[in-house]
Design a protein around this ligand. Structure first.
Ligand SMILES: [Zn+2]
Length: 279
């Protein structure tokens, strides 16, 4: 599933491709369930004739602003994919929405698993979305101290907490495992047990993992494409997420453990990431 770096990569590519383009027509495939709100025909009415004025991202939500002041918000979930193609290219089986542009191109939303969702949000609705999502890890205004404060009141396993989008924006299974490994923190440690130093190390590890993945165009484990139909490049640099149980830890050689935390497969090294806090 795309996480913050993948959505950010798509955003950057679409920002360039959609700049100044106007939506002249809206086409749907057989499945219109991707349009979560408003009803598809209202959505089409509201966006037809509108010009793209900019892009944004909040957590794993991609935001496309149009000149009515509304925002098209898109959550790619498992297999959602956005691409700008020529409008006369064949309509694919899993293609659910096409926004035809004034220059003969089309922004297309394809989704094999059909879990992806699209909303047209008014400014107050966008504000509501913003308020439901935790701080952005890459926001320089979000400090180590604030992160540690947020951890203190939470007894959940740290891995499970990192996956909660209301706690922190944009972290999913891949980067949670990678960051906990880099910061040498066991995924089942209670969040409130993390010391200030551990909290600092964890936030730093999340930031490094995100920034490096963005620089490499995101991580493609299965389906993710970068908005240009291409795979990302960060999957070649994963430390632990792509290892199988028993594979040697890349740092110390101990066989990697695999457990399930918050219903997600979780890899860690019991030597590098001990369950007891280090003195
Ligand atoms: Zn290790």
């Amino acid at each position: 599933m795309p996480e913050l770096p993948e959505v950010e990569t798509v955003r950057r590519n679409l920002d360039r491709l959609l700049a100044g383009a106007t939506i002249v027509d809206v086409r749907f495939g057989d499945f219109t369930g991707s349009i979560a709100n408003p009803a598809p025909e209202i959505f089409a009415e509201e966006v037809r004739g509108r010009r793209f004025t900019g892009t944004g991202r909040r957590g794993k939500y991609l935001l496309l602003q149009i000149d009515s002041g509304d925002t098209i918000a898109i959550h790619l979930r498992m297999t959602g994919d956005l691409q700008v193609t020529l409008a006369d290219e064949p309509w694919g089986k899993h293609l659910h929405l096409g926004l035809r542009l004034d220059d003969g191109r089309e922004l297309r939303f394809t989704d094999v698993r059909k879990f992806g969702r699209i909303w047209l949000l008014t400014p107050p609705e966008l504000e509501d979305l913003d308020e439901r999502i935790g701080p952005e890890p890459l926001d320089p205004a979000f400090t180590d101290e604030q992160f540690h404060e947020r951890l203190k009141s939470r007894s959940r396993a740290i891995k499970a907490l990192l996956l909660e989008q209301t706690f922190l924006a944009g972290v999913g299974n891949i980067y949670a495992d990678e960051a906990l490994f880099a910061a040498k923190i066991h995924p089942l440690r209670s969040a409130s047990s993390l010391t200030r130093d551990e909290a600092n190390a964890l936030l730093a590890a999340i930031r490094v993992a995100f920034q490096q993945a963005i620089d490499r165009g995101g991580t493609t484990v299965r389906n993710y494409r970068n908005g240009l139909g291409e795979a990302g490049g960060n999957q070649h640099y994963l430390q632990i997420y792509n290892l199988a149980e028993g594979d040697p830890c890349p740092r110390c050689g101990t066989p990697i453990n695999r457990i399930v935390v918050a219903q997600r497969g979780t890899r860690f090294c019991a030597t590098c990431q001990p369950l007891e806090a280090q003195a």
